[in-house]
Design a protein around this ligand. Structure first.
Ligand code: ATP
Ligand code: MG
Length: 427
């Protein structure tokens, strides 16, 4: 007996009843991006493993335990991308895109992390990533936040998301902080979980990012990075918060927000919701001024974020955006002549009205069974052609979800009818 074939654990099909919501959300998000001066870049899903080791950092959840890494036939170590920033920076350097000075990019696609699957946490998931290069000031940090807020407003989820912000300062500032942090956690060494003990000397900041509830009290009492920032970093953060206030964006400073990747500096932020349980971060990002140089490019300030599509979609469960647009017309045809006439009518209508949604019945069957399918399709009208109508060059129109009686029309009358129904307005 053969075993049932199933999708890989943590990797999900997005089924036809879910795709309208995905498409509508993607349309709203990307329209806002294009309207704000961001261009799309499409990147490979597979990159050299080296790229992620060098950018994300050796002592991070992702590189330590979450990457899908394999050797290809030539023996090269490759990895399914766990995030998009590294590949985006690689592409920008490789193609000299940063020579122009400033650049605003977005991308959308699947990411892969070998995590324990649970609600809001999958092994294949989708991110919409946004990256802005060549702008060192907090003005662009704030511009990204405002883009986020426009998204939440258009999608109707603004009240469900809280903006949390922090500053990670510079590398030097983090070094001084790191010593005090290590001293603090060393005092409570016995209370640290194994992950945190290991990180105490490799990457102590990451302890602050721990998801272990038993660690939270200890983390709460730790020294705060904001107290270690120098004047420039403070000024950047202050200006950032001023711009948020000017635009009326509420925020909360979360001193424990450190982000799970090594390349961040200065501004970091997360949009967090209470509605999704433990996996509450919907969108997260920050500034990464040293990464471009670290990967071999010219020093280029940068800031970006990634939106977790599955988590946003989960917030929109039951939204009107989940509605599939039904066809305007379902064309029923019974009989050999009617089958041919149906093809002609359908194609001429589709040609004439490119935005018209017309489903042509296929697969034969009686009038009765075809009507049933027409009804199930949600169409506004059935167009009906039997051999009689075919012989006379006519089409019957029966309202299914509009008022009115069935009427029999010539081709010219049908054209006028379609126009008069204003079905295509706004399309
Ligand atoms: P978390 O703290 O939840 O593990 P992260 O810090 O690893 O998140 P990022 O690398 O910053 O997440 O990714 C940005 C966003 O992508 C997250 O805020 C989340 O919305 C989404 N995301 C990350 N990992 C997953 C996953 N395994 N499944 C679904 N969405 C994810
Ligand atoms: Mg993670």
């Amino acid at each position: 007996m053969s075993s049932k074939l199933q999708a890989v654990r943590g990797m999900h099909d997005i089924l036809p009843d879910q795709t309208p919501l995905w498409r509508n959300v993607e349309r709203i998000l990307t329209a806002e991006l294009e309207g704000s001066g961001f261009s799309e870049i499409r990147l490979p899903i597979v990159e050299r493993t080296e790229l992620f080791r060098r950018s994300i950092g050796e002592v991070t959840d992702i590189v330590e335990k979450e990457m899908y890494t394999f050797q290809d036939k030539s023996g090269e170590s490759l990895t399914l991308r766990p995030e998009g920033t590294a590949g985006c920076v690689r592409a920008c350097i490789e193609h000299g895109l940063l020579r122009a000075g400033q650049l605003r990019l977005w991308y959308l696609g699947p990411m892969f992390r070998h995590e324990r699957p649970q609600k809001g946490r999958y092994r294949q998931f989708h991110q919409l990533g946004v990256e802005a290069y060549g702008m060192p000031g907090p003005d662009i940090d704030a511009e990204l936040i405002l883009l986020n807020r426009r998204w939440w407003r258009r999608l109707g989820v603004e009240t469900e998301l809280e903006l949390q912000i922090n500053s990670l300062g510079t590398l030097e500032e983090r070094r001084a902080y790191r010593d005090d942090l290590v001293a603090y956690f060393t005092t409570y060494r016995d209370l640290l979980d194994p992950d945190s003990q290991r990180r105490l000397h490799t990457n102590p900041l990451r302890i602050l990012d721990s998801k272990n509830p038993e660690m939270q009290g200890l983390i709460e009492g730790a020294p705060k990075l904001l107290d270690y920032l120098g004047e420039d970093s403070r000024a950047h953060f202050r200006r950032f918060t001023e711009l948020l206030e000017t635009a009326g964006v509420p925020y909360r400073v979360n001193p424990r927000l450190v982000r799970g990747l090594d390349y961040y500096c200065l501004t970091v932020f997360e949009w967090v919701t209470e509605s999704l349980g433990a996996q509450g971060t919907v969108c997260a990002g920050g500034r990464y001024d040293t990464l471009v140089e670290q990967l071999g490019g010219r020093p280029t300030p940068a800031v970006g974020f990634a939106l977790g599509m599955e988590r946003l979609i989960a917030l929109l469960e039951g939204s009107h955006l989940a509605r599939r647009e039904p066809p305007h017309f379902y064309l029923i045809r019974v009989g050999a002549e009617a089958e041919r006439a149906g093809v002609r009518v359908a194609e001429r209508l589709r040609e004439r009205f490119p935005a018209l949604r017309l489903q042509l019945h296929c697969g034969g069957g009686s009038f009765k069974s075809q009507f049933k399918k027409a009804d199930r399709s949600g169409a506004l009208y059935a167009l009906i052609i039997g051999d009689e109508e075919a012989a006379r060059g006519q089409v019957a129109v029966k309202p299914l979800r509009r008022p009115g009686e069935q009427q029999t029309l010539t081709w010219e009358e049908l054209l006028r009818f379609v126009q008069s129904q204003r079905l295509l307005q706004g399309e």
